[in-house]
Design a protein around this ligand. Structure first.
Ligand code: SF4
Length: 52
């Protein structure tokens, strides 16, 4: 069941709702791979899990 509070377009993730662009988790963790993040692309969903 999709969580309407978490929009996501990463369909390759195990937790993506697939039919609609939402996450199915109740909450997610966001992090960064940059030392000094300056734009959205600098952030990552740390709850991502590779789908089948
Ligand atoms: S865990 Fe993160 S990447 Fe995966 S569907 Fe949810 S928001 Fe998207």
């Amino acid at each position: 069941m999709e969580n309407k509070n978490i929009e996501c377009s990463v369909k390759q993730c195990e937790y993506h709702a697939q039919q609609v662009n939402y996450c199915t988790l109740g909450k997610i963790k966001v992090g960064t791979h940059e030392a000094n993040p300056t734009m959205p692309e600098c952030t990552d969903c740390m709850s991502f899990k590779r789908g089948q």
